[in-house]
Structures are given as C-alpha cells and as structure tokens.
Design a protein around this ligand. Structure first.
Ligand code: TYD
Length: 219
C-alpha cells in the first residue's frame, strides 16, 4: 500500500487557496490517486457545529483562549475521524487550513503567541505534521478585499453569515500575514510559500510540480 501523504493549504482569507486546493484535487484524481478533501474548522459533524460557533458573526465576546481551544477541539475530531484513518489507508489528504492557521490567526492575529499553539499542537494533535504546506501569499490588500466581498455576497445570497473573522481590522490581518511569513521562514522544507500575483494557472502548475517531486520521493 502506498504511504499516506498529508497536504495542507494556508493563507489569508481570499488568498485563493481553496481554488488551488480544488485544482490540485482534480489533478490528483486524474492521476488515479485516492484522495480525501477536508477543511478546518469543520469537516466532521462535530466540527461543523464548532465551525458555526466560531465563524458566525452573532458569536459575541468569544474569549481568545476559548477560540483557540475550539480550533483545537475541531482539529482533534478531524484527525481522529478523517485525517488519521485516511493516511493509514495510504490516501492523500488535502486539508484547507491546519495548525499553521491557528498559529497565524490566534498566535499572531489574537497575539497569543506561537508557543502555546505549538505546545497544544504537540499534545492534542500528536505533533501530526503536513508533508507539504502550500502557503498562498498574494498581495495583502487584494486578498482582504476579495474575502470581504465574497462574504458580503454569501450573506446576501445564501443568508450564510461566516463573517466573524472578516470583520477584524487590517492590523489583525497584518499580524496574521507576518506570522505566516515567520512560519515559512522557520520551516522552509515543509512550507512552500507562493508570493505575488501569479495567475491561477501559473500557481497551479507550480503546485503540481512540487507535488510530483514529493510523490516521486516518498513513493
Ligand atoms: P473559512 O470560511 O474556511 O475561510 P477561508 O475560506 O478563508 O479559509 O473560515 C475560516 C476562518 O477561520 C478564517 O478566517 C481563518 C479562521 N481560522 C482561525 O482563526 N484559526 C484556525 O485554526 C483555523 C483553522 C481557521
């Protein structure tokens, strides 16, 4: 049985990571790979309930440590229910956000620091690390604008209100952005940072080429 491979996508809201994840999923399926696609927060029934609590704009006064705990509760459930079993079966898991998001948003954005996030990761997630993380870092202002527009549209069209984070100010997002940079500098072997505003196609090609190299190495 081939070895399971764990791939995560990271970046600011509106960075285009979800589009790239979908494109990679399509490419892998065309290559006859067995894949599992999931996202955080959410992805399990329990996780979806946690997601609603976390992202709904009507959630008020959520303490930053409570927020941190909920992110890890969601993750623990996803690892137990989805990620570990799939990796054990030799599948390729594509996950939209993982612990780097917690380090960037709660550690950086909410200023809780990296240490608490990394230590919770170690104890709660058994230190499970992605094999490769694609970190999408297009222009800061363009990403934010895209994310805010998309959420306003979702609220109008579907009545879906997942705006709690997008309401944060630019300084919050600057800290998230900087923390992502820090993570990429600290773990250059795992984290493939894709800067600038290349086209969707160019970024997809870069991701596929990294993926091909990785699969050739581990399989
Ligand atoms: P989502 O709608 O999935 O946004 P996106 O499409 O941009 O990924 O919302 C996830 C939000 O939750 C996003 O604003 C980032 C935030 N988040 C954290 O703050 N910490 C975390 O650990 C995770 C997984 C997400």
């Amino acid at each position: 049985m081939p070895r399971g491979v764990f791939i995560t996508f990271e970046g600011l809201d509106g960075s285009g990571k979800t589009t790239q994840l979908r494109r990679l999923a399509e490419w892998l399926e065309a290559e006859q790979e067995s894949i599992v696609v999931t996202r955080q927060p959410g992805g399990t029934r329990i996780g979806d309930r946690i997601r609603t609590l976390l992202l709904d704009s009507r959630t008020e006064n959520l303490d930053s440590f409570a927020e941190l705990g909920l992110m890890f509760s969601d993750r623990a459930q996803a690892i137990a229910e989805i990620i570990r079993p799939a990796l054990d079966e030799g599948k390729i898991v594509l996950c939209d956000r993982f612990t780097d998001s917690t380090e960037a948003y709660q550690g950086g954005g909410r200023e809780l620091g990296s240490e608490i996030v990394l230590s919770l990761h170690k104890s709660i997630c058994g230190g499970l690390q992605p094999d490769v993380t694609f970190l999408l870092m297009p222009d800061f202002d363009a990403s934010l604008k895209r994310a805010r527009k998309r959420n306003t549209k979702a609220l109008k069209q579907e009545g879906k209100d997942e705006n709690r984070f997008e309401r944060e100010n630019d300084l919050f997002y600057r800290r998230v952005f900087e923390k992502y940079r820090e993570i990429a500098a600290r773990e250059p072997l795992r984290v493939i940072a894709i800067d600038g505003d290349a086209t969707i196609e160019e970024i997809h090609e870069r991701i596929v080429s990294v993926m091909k190299d990785h699969l050739a190495r581990v399989r």
